[in-house]
Ligand binder design. Structure first.
Ligand SMILES: [Zn+2]
Length: 111
């Protein structure tokens, strides 16, 4: 099964391809620029697809963070560290949400 690029859980059924490619990079306090990697193709499960379609950024970020925790990733419990992680996730998701993504089913990828 294909993993969802938003929440990381298996069961992705949709593919979003932003028409406007955007690249996101983060600059740390020390001035180090770290580009976030994404290939411009976002696979989504049913639940995340619904959040993308309704432009529910807060819902997507909350879902991503809670599944990351579930999968054992070191997600901070709160405070500025959590805010930072949420900001990174949000910046990354923004590249697809604002990019006027086209949506198709993963199975129909040949078209
Ligand atoms: Zn998902």
């Amino acid at each position: 099964m294909v993993e969802c690029d938003f929440c990381g859980l298996p069961g992705a059924r949709w593919l979003y391809v932003p028409q406007d490619r955007a690249r996101v990079a983060l600059m740390s306090n020390e001035g180090v620029v770290a580009p976030l990697l994404n290939d411009g193709r976002w696979r989504a499960c049913d639940l995340c697809a619904q959040l993308v379609d309704t432009n529910d950024m807060a819902g997507l970020v909350a879902r991503c963070l809670s599944t990351l925790r579930m999968l054992g990733a070191p997600v901070p419990d709160g405070g500025p560290d959590l805010e930072h992680v949420a900001m990174v996730v949000m910046a990354n998701f923004a590249t697809v949400l604002v990019g006027r993504p086209t949506k198709k089913t993963l199975q129909g990828r040949a078209t």
